[in-house]
Design a protein around this ligand. Structure first.
Ligand code: GLA
Length: 383
């Protein structure tokens, strides 16, 4: 199975944690299919941790908790598939999952077969309680091999949080996406930390092995399992724009049954989703800092060349002050590979507001307020 684009979907963890059940998952599938999310490309409904009983059965197989999932997982899968969506589940490379449920170490082949029998299309695979004597790449390869031989296409989502230098070994394991950082929480500090760590992994990301910056917190507003203070709508816009531009999977983490209008508007921004899903397979590049810089840049600016020759450009202000012209978010067309000598310039469309303008003297610099961003699609035009 080759995964050419970052997967889009919804995952139960951020809002619901252990508080999951069949009704919630079926409702999430219905809403995804009917609210316009599916039309934007969202397709995976993923059940995270805490879905099973605490013990395997007498044959050593995983058992869905009958109180939470009274009809079993095949029933859930069938419902999700009937809606034209795909079904994701969760296990872990250790003896136990992070929340203490049985996990797949030394059960890889049985569990892969179980997931295939249930109709699973996606497996998130965590890294808690893993044996220290076995290297991470072996643990992930073991499950990848079992999945590749289980008779069903299952997208393999590695979740080792960037630990043990994941980026150096993950490509060889067969994982299709891989978590590059620790868990996200619904507050500004968490968003900032994860966002400014992304440059360390970006060069290791690409088709069939995308870095995963973690599930989205857009629209959580402090509610739910990883809900803390919540963020402002502008901060959620910034979060979604960065994840989209950097090619991270877009796995919604809020309660999609109760999205407010702004949340829905952000998550269904088709122009941003197009950039995330662009078929050029080009990865973004940093415009104003080196990936090796020790100090994170509070004004990261990235660009990505798109399939039709347009360029996506994102300017972000993670600082606490207005951006000044001496801050490094000043971007020139040279940096993008378009020197003035070409006689060309850029026509910019901002993808949240629709504002348009043309770059006049080879430089564009915007006063971006703290905790916000500008995200453009740029078309190359004659001067
Ligand atoms: C880890 C993962 C989270 C979530 C929890 C579940 O912390 O990184 O995304 O899956 O485990 O227990």
């Amino acid at each position: 199975m080759i995964v050419t684009k970052p997967p889009l979907g919804w995952n139960s963890w951020n809002t619901f944690g252990h508080d999951i059940n069949e009704t919630l998952i079926l409702e999430a599938a219905d809403i995804m299919a009917e609210s316009g999310l599916k039309d934007c490309g969202y397709e995976y409904i993923v059940i995270d941790d805490c879905w099973s009983l605490k013990e395997r059965d007498e044959n050593g197989l995983l058992v869905p908790d009958p109180e939470k999932f009274p009809h079993g997982m095949k029933y859930v899968a069938d419902h999700i598939h009937l809606k034209g969506l795909k079904f994701g589940m969760y296990s872990c490379a250790g003896n136990l999952t992070c929340a203490g449920y049985p996990a797949s170490y030394e059960h890889e082949w049985d569990d892969a077969k179980t997931f295939a029998d249930w109709g699973v299309d996606y497996l998130k695979y965590d890294y808690c309680f893993h044996p220290l004597s076995v290297p991470g790449h072996v643990l992930y390869r073991s499950m990848a091999l079992a999945l590749q031989n289980c008779g069903r296409d299952i997208l393999f989502s590695a979740c080792s949080w960037g630990a043990d230098e994941t980026r150096h070994w993950i490509k060889s394991t067969g994982a299709h996406i891989w978590r590059s950082t620790g868990d996200i929480f619904d507050n500004w500090q968490s968003l900032k930390d994860l966002s400014l760590k992304a440059p360390q992994s970006i060069e290791y990301s690409g088709m069939n092995c995308f870095m995963d910056m973690d599930m989205l917190i857009v629209g959580m507003h402090g509610k739910g399992h990883v809900g803390l203070t919540g963020l402002t709508d502008d901060e959620y816009r910034m979060h979604f724009a960065l994840w989209a531009l950097l090619g991270s999977p877009l796995m919604i983490g809020c309660d999609i049954r109760n999205m407010d209008e702004v949340t829905k508007e952000i998550l269904t921004n088709k122009e941003l989703i197009k950039i995330n899903q662009d078929a050029s397979y080009n990865m973004p590049f940093a415009l104003n800092f080196n990936y090796d810089d020790e100090e994170p840049c509070d004004f990261p600016a990235y660009a990505k060349i798109l399939e039709n020759g347009d360029i996506a450009i994102g300017l972000f202000n993670f600082s606490e002050h207005e951006q000044h012209h001496w801050d490094p978010a000043r971007v020139t067309t040279d940096m993008i590979g378009l020197p003035e000598s070409t006689g060309k310039t850029l026509h910019l469309t901002e993808l949240y507001t629709g504002e348009e303008h043309v770059v006049t003297n080879g430089t564009f610099w915007e006063q971006i307020p703290p905790h916000s961003c500008k995200i453009y699609r740029a078309r190359i035009i004659d001067k």
